[in-house]
Design a protein around this ligand. Structure first.
Ligand code: F0G
Length: 437
């Protein structure tokens, strides 16, 4: 088949299955239009025309060895993007553990074990791989030779790793000096052109949108609606882990607000298809120093960007989140709440998550810290079934770990420090260190 005929066939198939719809004005565009915003400036949703879908199909796929079915994203392809297997770029990703922790239930004040969906167990160590497999699949379908993103570190690591085997050029825009070393290292290692901007994430985001227009480079930030479709699978897989029983609450951190938008969209779609009987409630947790959603939600006013966001949880150091309208829509639909936490609370919660043997990066642990506050305030009942989404791997940010345990982080008084000890190289000294309390 000629390239043109193939493109026409794909476009016809897609037209029957989804369109892009503006979140603000509901204007619709063809499903494979290369655009990230409506002409009115609003962000876009993938609006599906779902066919008949059965949960049993997803359960049957989970046990098989086919790569596309082992992917915790593409296993749910009828709900994500119903693409032919031949088009799909997958590692595979997802299929992450759902931990049950009595220790973290005790820390957060819950009566039953806290559930933690560990998205740090994805191929590049964060939930971003779930959105990236879909965005890169579409990039390849569109014949794009280059992709770009602005990032606080995890999106860039993921994009670089997915672009490399496809032979795509990858351009990473990051705020200079403000991303964790593990993430910067990944971007360099996977071969992305890494551009450190003398400015914050929000400046990098504005620039990458402009640069992509100038250079015909495909933008894979979560403003790209296909990223959101992939990230929905966190919710699908979490419910599948629970044999499709819906927990009372899902708690997750919020930065650019794509991920919380995705989880809410997933749950609303399951509900509207009649595949689940009720919706969980949603709690989105921000850092006090980067809390534009918290302010908007608490006041009921439109979001006002935070000009100079600051937090140790660099992944969510974002003042002007792109997906705030989608996120607030989801929070409203799921009767959700927004909480904020201090860096001290984030790092103490992280020390407990890490010491439970689970481990996650600071931004992920903001959700655990937020849950603890919500239980203390009586908003999340002690007896509730709760699942936290741990968004990134413990090794993403080793500086935060060592700085905390050696009491070297400015303004932080570690409540759960476990500092290393140094001894002389003698048996006597080593035994004394071992026996010390
Ligand atoms: N947790 C981690 C570990 C993240 O990397 C991010 C976002 C979030 C939470 C927040 O998710 O932005 O969808 O609300 N990281 C982006 C990045 C911004 O560039 O890696 P969000």
């Amino acid at each position: 088949m000629s390239t043109e005929r193939r493109a026409a066939t794909i476009a016809r198939d897609v037209a029957a299955q989804w369109v892009l719809r503006c979140v603000d004005c509901a204007r619709e565009y063809p499903g494979l239009d290369v655009r990230y915003r409506c002409d009115c400036g609003g962000t876009l949703d993938v609006a599906h025309r779902f066919g008949r879908i059965s949960l049993a199909t997803f359960d049957r796929r989970r046990g098989t060895s086919r790569t596309i079915d082992r992917s915790g994203v593409w296993r749910f392809r009828e709900l994500v993007l119903p693409l032919d297997e031949a088009h799909v770029v997958t590692r595979p990703e997802g299929d992450t553990n759902l931990y049950q922790s009595p220790a973290l239930a005790e820390f957060t004040g819950l009566a039953q074990p806290l559930m933690l969906k560990h998205e740090g167990e994805n191929p590049t160590g964060s939930f971003k791989d779930r959105g990236m497999t879909v965005a890169i699949t579409i990039a390849r379908l569109l014949g794009k030779g280059a992709v770009a993103c602005a990032s606080t570190g995890n999106t860039s690591a993921s994009m670089a790793a997915y672009a490399a085997p496809c032979g795509m050029r990858a351009y990473v825009f990051i705020p200079e000096g403000k991303i964790a070393y593990g993430k910067l290292g990944q971007s360099l290692a996977y071969g992305a052109k890494t551009i450190q901007i003398r400015g914050n994430f929000d400046a990098a985001m504005t620039l990458v949108e402009q640069a992509c227009r100038e250079r015909d480079v495909y933008l894979v930030n979560s403003m790209n609606p296909f990223r959101i479709e992939g990230q929905k699978s966190i919710a699908f897989e979490l419910l599948q882990d629970l044999e499709w029983r819906v927990p009372d609450w899902i708690v997750m951190p919020g930065g650019n607000l794509g991920n919380s938008s995705a989880v809410a969209k997933a749950l609303e779609e399951l509900r509207s298809l009649g595949l689940i009987a009720k919706l969980p409630r949603l709690a989105v947790v921000q850092s006090e120093g980067a809390n534009p959603l918290y302010r908007a939600w608490s006041t009921g006013a439109p979001l006002v960007p935070v000009a100079d966001p600051s937090t140790i949880a660099t992944a969510i150091r974002i003042g002007n989140p792109v997906s705030w309208k989608k996120c607030l829509r989801g929070i409203t639909a799921l009767n959700g709440v927004v909480e904020q936490v201090s860096d001290q609370e984030i790092l103490d919660a992280k020390a407990r998550v890490d010491a439970a043997g689970i481990g996650a990066e600071p931004a992920s642990c903001a959700a655990v810290a937020g849950l603890r506050k919500l239980v203390a305030a009586g908003i999340v009942p002690r007896g509730a079934s709760v699942c936290v989404v741990l968004t990134g791997h413990v090794l993403k940010d080793p500086d935060a770990i060592v700085g905390y345990h050696t009491s070297e982080l400015p303004g932080i008084t570690p409540q759960f420090a476990n500092p290393p000890v140094t001894t002389d190289a003698t048996l006597d000294a080593v035994l004394r260190a071992m026996d010390a309390a």
